[in-house]
Design a binder for this molecule. Structure first.
Ligand code: DHB
Ligand code: FE
Length: 284
């Protein structure tokens, strides 16, 4: 018998019963809720439902509790649009293979360091993926080449990385399915503020999956999945200096953003899961 599952189920039931008593939930409402869940399953939208109920972010936070110490780069959810085996790119890295005329060119750079002593981490793997200037991911958009705006790169001997891209736009999740319909019914929108996803890996350190948000995005304080953390906001600087443009080989003004990633020396799997399950029982 699975005692943990038994304990979790009991608590979920307690909460459901409280809600039913508080709102005097009707039989019609129960039937609609069950029909909704059936439709979510048929449309394979359970991951999306978990996202918009802010459950995915909550689970990420307790799973990667070690990365929420304010010292190392905060973790965030992977989302459903990651693809492994992205092209391995060497400097000067450009993850964008088709730049739209309207797209804002963006250079992202920084350093990957140890959160313990700030020492630079050479040859750390940075795996990046993002939507384009229209808010579309390559694998959901027939107009983009395979693996556009995705790439893996290594930090140099000083732990530095740099890649060229475009400023992503906000992205509307799960339009047209039961979850989208549900959000509309309860008066919530489905927009995610513009962001760039990252996975960072280096031997001897906890791998981190996270995302960086573009400052001033209209949805930065109202993410449909509640993933924004203030430590994960990128500040963009516009550069219109002709010399800089020539140096970078671009024909129009561009943006730059700097971000340093701080990786935490490895905590073992056993220590992590032990502390986690203790947390769970203690918070009862
Ligand atoms: C979803 C899409 C994303 O790009 C993301 O970062 C998180 C969630 C989604 O479709 O649920
Ligand atoms: Fe995303």
């Amino acid at each position: 018998m699975n005692e943990r599952l038994n304990a979790i189920t009991s608590r979920v039931m307690e909460h459901l019963h409280d809600v039913i008593a508080e709102f005097k939930v009707t039989e019609d409402e129960l039937r609609s809720a069950l029909d909704f869940l059936t439709a979510v399953g048929k449309s394979e939208e359970y991951p999306l439902l978990s996202d918009v109920l802010l459950v995915s972010v909550a689970v990420d936070n307790v799973t990667h509790w070690a990365e929420q110490d304010g010292n190392s780069t905060a973790s965030n959810v992977e989302g459903p649009l990651y693809r492994d085996e992205a092209p391995i790119l060497i400097a000067p890295v450009n993850i964008c293979s088709v730049e739209g005329a309207e797209d804002d060119i963006l250079f992202v750079s920084g350093q990957v360091v140890s959160s313990e002593d700030g020492s630079p981490l050479a040859n750390a793997v940075l795996d990046v993926w993002q939507a384009n200037g229209e808010g579309d991911y390559e694998n959901e958009d027939p107009n983009q080449p395979d693996y556009n705006l995705r790439g893996r790169m290594l930090t140099d001997e000083n732990g530095r990385y740099e890649f060229r891209s475009v400023v992503p736009a906000a992205y509307e999740i799960g339009k047209g399915g039961p979850v989208g319909e549900f959000l509309k019914t309860i008066g919530r929108h489905a927009w995610r503020p513009a962001h760039i996803h990252f996975k960072l890996a280096q031997e001897g350190f906890n791998s981190v999956t996270t995302m960086l948000f573009i400052e001033d995005d209209p949805y930065i304080d109202d993410d449909a999945i509640g993933a924004v953390k203030s430590s994960l906001i990128l500040q963009l600087e516009k550069c219109a200096d002709p010399d800089e443009m020539a140096k970078r080989g671009v024909e129009r003004p561009f943006y730059t953003a700097e971000y340093d990633f701080k990786l935490r020396p490895e905590t073992t799997g056993e220590a992590r899961s032990k502390e986690n399950s203790t947390d769970f029982v203690a918070s009862k």
